[in-house]
Every structure is written in C-alpha cells, then in structure tokens.
Ligand binder design. Structure first.
Ligand SMILES: [Zn+2]
Length: 237
C-alpha cells in the first residue's frame, strides 16, 4: 500500500486518471471492485539508470543537478528525502519521502535548474513524513477527499514559492511551465486551477522576499549587540 500517500504534482494538469484511487496493480476496474480513496495516484515504476543516456545518468548522479537540489531542500527542511529515477514523466513523493522523478520529465527539462528546483520543492512541500492525515479515508465522500487533496496541493505550492526564494531561484520558470501545460478543457476537482496555483507560488515567493528584507533591515549592528553570549551590553549591563 505504498502508494496511499503519494501525491502527484500533476504538472500537466492532467484529468483524473482512470487509475486514480485504485490499488496499484489493478489498472482495469474489476466489476464490483470499490475504488480505494487515497490522496494520490499509484507510484510510477523505478527506472534503471544504466538504460539512460549519459546526460540523464549525470543529472541523477551525486554531482548532478537533481541531487544538488535534493541536498539543498534537505538542508532547508531538515528532512532526508531521496530522489529516485522513475519511468514516465511524472514527479511525485511517497509517504516515506522517496521522490520519484520521471526520466522523461528530466530529459525535457534537464537544463532548466530553476524549474527542476520548483518541481522538487513542491514535492518536498508535501512533507509526507510529517503528515497527520488519517490513513483511512473511506468514511469521507469523494468531494471531501478531493478537498483534502486540494488543501495538500496548496500547502505544497506555498512551500514551493518560499523555498525557491530561499534557495535563490526565480519562480517564473515554474510558472511558465504550469501555464504551458495547462489544458483548460481538462479540469479536475483534484487540483486547483493553474491560475490559482500561479497566484499562490508568486505570492509566497514575494512574501518570503519581503520577510527576508525586513529581517535584514532589523538586523542589529554589531556595535549595539556585541558578542551575543559573552558581551551583550543589553543583557549584561
Ligand atoms: Zn503535489
């Protein structure tokens, strides 16, 4: 049941997949089978790095761009989430903090560091290891499950905007990507619209920048506070 808490980034704003909410391994509905209510889609299969072209293997290596962003996000959050190369073009995180990164997605965007950082920051922002959500959602209606899910996505986008600023990345590449992959004909109640996602990412990126600027302005000068432990004039005198 490893897929219970996987939460798909759904960068391409895809419609509800036919497999959504069904237990992994049963891609076609069996008559009488009840779809399982979960917050995420089934996890993708792992990809074998040996099968990939050099530049993709490089992206997943210790010195590669993906692992570099992984280390930054772990340093920022205190988590130890881990990137796993996966088949396909999806990016999602499981309940233990394994971040499945689709090799097709990487192939398309390997040179766009700020976009990769945004996508990964969104996944970190799900904080699955801190989740207090109930495992059993069967007592909820589908609308309630989707509402929970939209709430989770919003929190992840809020973290994404803040983290991008804190790591020194612009949020525009992520926003442009969301816009470019929006399909207005395929709206789903599982996700907020691309327009509201963009609003959230922009607003949190900007508010983090203001917060940092304020902290910088308030930073006391050394001659007032001196050494905070041994020589504080305020506490010591
Ligand atoms: Zn997500």
């Amino acid at each position: 049941m490893g897929s219970d808490f996987s939460i798909d980034l759904n960068l391409k704003n895809l419609p509800a997949r036919s497999s959504v909410g069904r237990v992994q391994g049963s891609p076609h509905p069996v008559e009488g089978e009840k779809p399982q209510k979960t917050l995420g889609d089934p996890l993708p299969k792992r990809a074998d790095l040996a099968d990939l072209p050099h530049r993709l293997r490089q992206a997943f290596s210790y010195e590669g761009i993906l692992r570099k962003v992984e280390r930054k996000l772990n340093a920022l959050t205190g988590e130890r989430y881990e990137i796993v190369p996966a088949a396909g073009d999806r990016v999602c995180i499981d309940e233990k903090g394994k971040v499945f990164v689709g090799v097709e997605f990487v192939a398309e965007n390997v040179s766009q560091e700020a976009l990769l950082a945004g996508v990964l920051a969104h996944e970190w922002g799900h904080f699955p290891t801190r989740s207090k959500l109930p495992r059993d959602l069967s007592h909820l209606t589908w609308e309630e499950v989707y509402r929970l899910r939209r709430g989770e996505e919003t929190k992840a986008d809020m973290f994404c905007g803040r983290a991008l600023f804190m790591l020194g990345y612009p949020c525009e590449p992520m926003i442009q990507y969301l816009k470019a992959h929006e399909d207005p004909k395929n709206k789903t109640s599982k996700y907020h619209s691309v327009a509201s996602r963009i609003k959230i990412i922009r607003a949190t990126h900007a508010s983090q920048s203001k917060r940092d600027a304020m902290a910088w302005n308030l930073k006391p000068s050394d001659d007032v506070y001196a050494d905070p432990i041994h020589g504080s004039r305020i506490i010591g005198s």
